[in-house]
Design a protein around this ligand. Structure first.
Ligand SMILES: NC(=O)C1=CN([C@@H]2O[C@H](COP(=O)(O)OP(=O)(O)OC[C@H]3O[C@@H](n4cnc5c(N)ncnc54)[C@H](O)[C@@H]3O)[C@@H](O)[C@H]2O)C=CC1
Ligand SMILES: O=P(O)(O)OC[C@H]1O[C@](O)(CO)[C@@H](O)[C@@H]1O
Length: 408
């Protein structure tokens, strides 16, 4: 029997370190589609690589010296194509063994891969018309719905109607910390280091189950309450992570584990996650005790010294992270609905306004806004908290206080 196939757009950290491996474990041959010719050549030369699971273990008796405990998983049955080679992308979609399309390219890139997916779907419809499932694994709410809308723009009415009935467009929540690979040697360019923890929750209702695909895949949780999973992850892991990164950057810490060890930072992060947690418990009816454990587990994930996760990776693109539904303002607005005060979340927002990394265009754009409009007006425009409101004043006050951290 021919091997079933999946095409994954984005052979980066999450592609190679999380989604690709789960697809391979589920019996799929994974075709990575990327613009990076070096990675694609390596995939086609070796057809395999290793995932290094970097444990969070400290050496007994030596508190500050992490003991590198590591397991390895070999990922075989992989190949690559360049997304610029449209004919190859279309051929993969036309293959009847192709059953799943996943992405991890970064939210702004979805519109760039949409034309290739549209062409692929047209080809598939023409050749055999088999059912397919698409799951975008990006850190944002309703990422697959966004991808679907972008793809539909490239289809005529007939093809769009076909894509509605024959393609499952499933949103998901994707959680595993996978920093850029480091230290595996020049001869292992595809290897990637990951934390042990992972969670991939996928909207069960949106998947097409009438094709060949056997669900759930390895490591996948099917859920009828995706919003709960997305909010819990985005407003806890991503929220705490971003605040740790922005405050860590202010204090000159290089990595997340160094930043979270700083008592001043830890207190604010913990406070913010408690505030966000009260709102999540109210909104989704989570068990309070279990949610406290989830917060503690999340903070312990930040402490993993073996990940060497740079604060500039976690803080990247601050304007996206200051989106109204995203990790900082999302929980602040949710808490507001229940009258929950959020001083530490707003400290985190203020810290984002102080993030001035020269080679991060969004950071520079944000600084430009502050310079042009002044902090209170910039906060109003970006966060929606108008000048004179308690939230705007708290952010501005925290901004001024946190500035002194930078100077120190
Ligand atoms: N790294 C992590 O720990 C996590 C990341 N995510 C999300 O996964 C997504 C990807 O993140 P990473 O893997 O960290 O980024 P990455 O930068 O390591 O990987 C992105 C990949 O997309 C490729 N790419 C860029 N333009 C492309 C195009 N037009 N066509 C095909 N491929 C293209 C890049 O060459 C790169 O290989 C983001 O949305 C991120 O928020 C979600 C959970 C965890
Ligand atoms: O990938 P983004 O959205 O820029 O944000 C970085 C975040 O993504 C992750 O890499 C994985 O969820 C986290 O480590 C971090 O909070």
């Amino acid at each position: 029997m021919p091997q079933k196939k999946a095409i994954h757009f984005g052979a980066g950290n999450i592609g190679r370190g999380f989604i690709g491996p789960l697809l391979v474990q589920s019996g799929y041959h994974v075709v990575f589609a990327d613009v990076d010719a070096h990675v694609i050549d390596e995939l086609n030369a070796k057809h395999s690589y290793e995932v290094h699971i970097l444990d969070n273990a400290a050496a007994p008796g030596a508190e500050d010296v992490p003991k590198k405990k590591e397991r390895r998983e070999s990922i075989d049955s992989v190949s690559g194509i360049l997304t610029t080679h449209m004919d190859q992308v279309i051929r993969e979609f036309e293959d009847p063994n192709m059953q799943i399309v996943t992405t991890a390219v970064g939210p702004p890139i979805l519109e760039k891969i949409a034309p290739a997916i549209a062409k692929g779907l047209q080809g598939r419809r023409r050749v055999h018309g088999g059912v397919l499932n698409v799951i975008a694994c990006e850190n944002m709410v309703h990422q697959t719905t966004l991808l679907k809308d972008l793809v539909l723009k490239h289809l005529d009415a007939d093809d769009a109607a076909w894509a509605e009935t024959h393609v499952g467009w499933a949103n998901c929540s994707v959680d595993r910390i996978v920093p850029p690979a480091q230290g595996f040697g020049d001869s292992h360019p595809l290897d990637v280091g990951v934390e042990d923890f992972y969670e991939w929750a996928v909207d069960e209702n949106a998947l097409k189950k009438d094709g060949e695909v056997q669900l759930p895949l390895a490591g996948m949780k099917l859920t009828q309450d995706l919003e709960g999973y997305i909010h819990r992850k985005l407003f806890t892991l991503n929220c705490g992570h971003a605040i740790t990164a922005y405050l860590g950057y202010l204090k000159g810490h290089q990595t997340v584990d160094q930043a979270i060890k700083d008592p001043q930072i830890r207190d604010i992060v913990k406070g913010a996650l408690e505030e966000s947690g009260y709102a999540l418990v109210k909104k989704h009816g989570f068990n309070e005790e279990e949610h406290q454990e989830y917060i503690a587990k999340t903070i312990s994930r930040f402490e993993n010294p073996n990940l060497k996760d740079d604060v500039s990776r976690v803080g990247r693109q601050p304007l996206r992270k200051l989106g109204r539904e995203d990790r900082l303002l999302g929980p602040a607005y949710l808490a507001k609905q229940y009258g929950i005060p959020v001083p530490d979340l707003l400290r985190g927002v203020a810290a984002a306004f102080l993030y001035d990394v020269k080679d991060d265009p969004q950071s520079m754009e944000l600084q430009g806004e502050v310079e042009k409009k002044g902090i209170a007006r910039a906060v109003e425009d970006i966060t929606g908290f108008t000048v004179g409101t308690e939230e705007n004043e708290t952010i501005v006050k925290s901004y001024e206080e946190l500035k002194t951290w930078k100077a120190a």
